[in-house]
Design a protein around this ligand. Structure first.
Ligand code: NAD
Length: 366
């Protein structure tokens, strides 16, 4: 298994491989870049088919976190961890505790949050042995409701704000009244986004593989149900993919009728050049890692004991970041995803964070 010559290796600052035979824990932590601050990112547990697959994932995802946090102007770097194993079969309290001990040994350069295969309660178990876990404090969320650390309300709000910015740029209107929006995936983020849009007077079409999720949006928000194969190609103004990645690809892009794409799902483009394909068709794409940063912003405020109001105001700056990306894209004729990457690089390559003090500021008192 190559590391330094791995195709996904991008001058990552630190990689650690951890094995605890007693609990069966096998984990990799990747710290991509800490020029803005300690690396914060999810801890994923997945039954990877090989160590190579796990390494690829952690290298790729940690890099993505550097870009997301820098674009959101957070004093955070990018990192990620993966535990190799099936969360339904191999996740035990002892394994999670061993992970917590390992994370503690990294001294705060990496802070773990929940991700697929781990939950807030798992992170709390890791937190018995380390302060370097995030997204587990019960407090008032940005919507003014009690929040157990779940970032979805902030992600949904940020996506809503970003969608508004994209509509303003592309359709030259501040109002969402009567706007036609199709949402793919009515889960934690998708339903909340749908609620914001319904409150603003938008007309909604929804699809989810789970009938009950779709029915809830139909019953509670007046959304219209759509078919799986139609949801991304309906004659609407905006499509908001909030389920899974790679849905913008060679088969969907030629069929899209909406002129704006603004959704929360990660890695929406199947290939980087699909960004150009969207621009060629005159479709405005709000880059996923810019529009879905609300969750990481909110986790940052949790860690620094910032108020819900401050977190909300910061989430609202997603509109400014997107406006800047759209403007630069128009001026240069280059696609929005490329511009978003460049803007993020400007922000983390030039930034000098107070790295020595940040781990303490971000460390949660256990
Ligand atoms: P979720 O699991 O709560 O919701 C996803 C929904 O998509 C589920 O209701 C699921 O049934 C549905 N779904 C799955 N496959 C589908 C398909 N083929 N077609 C239609 N619907 C399908 O997850 P979430 O927290 O709402 O996150 C949604 C997306 O946003 C994910 O891609 C996630 O990585 C991304 N994201 C989430 C957050 C967050 O704070 N939760 C932050 C950043 C990015």
């Amino acid at each position: 298994m190559n590391v330094f010559s791995h195709p996904e290796f991008d001058n990552h600052e630190h990689l650690s491989f951890f094995c605890d035979p007693e609990t069966g824990l096998k984990a990799i932590v990747a710290v991509h870049n800490t020029s803005r601050g300690p690396a914060l990112g999810g801890c994923r547990m997945f039954p990877y088919a090989s160590d190579e697959e796990a390494l690829r994932d952690v290298l790729r995802l940690s890099r993505g976190m550097t870009y997301k946090s820098a674009l959101a102007n957070l004093d955070l770097g990018g990192g990620k961890s993966v535990i190799i194993g099936d969360p339904r079969k191999h996740k035990t309290e002892a394994l999670l505790e061993a992970m917590g001990k390992h994370l503690d040994g990294l001294g705060g350069q990496y802070i773990a949050a929940e991700d697929s295969g781990t939950s807030v309660s798992d992170l709390k178990i890791m937190g018995r042995h380390t302060r370097h876990v995030a997204g587990i404090v019960e407090r008032t969320g940005i919507d003014g409701r009690p929040c157990n650390g779940d970032p979805s309300p902030a992600t949904a709000y940020g996506t809503f704000i970003g969608l508004q910015a994209a509509v303003k740029h592309q359709l030259r209107t501040d109002s969402l009244k009567g706007l036609k929006v199709a949402i793919q995936g009515i889960g934690n983020v998708g339903f909340r986004l749908a609620k914001h849009l319904a409150d603003a007077g938008a007309q909604l079409w929804v699809y989810d593989i789970h009938e009950d999720n779709m029915k809830r949006a139909v019953d509670e928000l007046g959304a219209k149900p759509a078919a799986a194969e139609d949801i991304l190609t309906l004659p609407v103004d905006v499509i908001a993919p909030c389920a899974m990645g790679a849905v913008l690809n060679d088969s969907t892009i030629p069929e899209i009728k909406a002129s704006v794409i603004a959704g929360a799902a990660n890695n929406l483009l199947e290939r980087p050049d699909h960004d150009q394909a969207l621009k060629d068709r005159g479709i405005l794409y709000a880059p996923d890692f810019a529009i879905n940063a609300g969750g990481i912003i909110d986790v940052f405020y949790e860690r620094t004991s910032g108020s819900a109001e401050k977190s909300r105001a910061h989430v609202e700056t997603i509109a400014d970041t997107l406006a800047e990306i759209f403007r630069r894209s128009d001026d240069s004729g280059r696609p929005t995803g490329v511009i978003a990457n460049e803007l993020a690089e400007e922000r983390f390559k030039k930034h000098v964070a107070h790295v020595s003090t940040l781990p303490e500021r971000l460390a949660r008192a256990v």
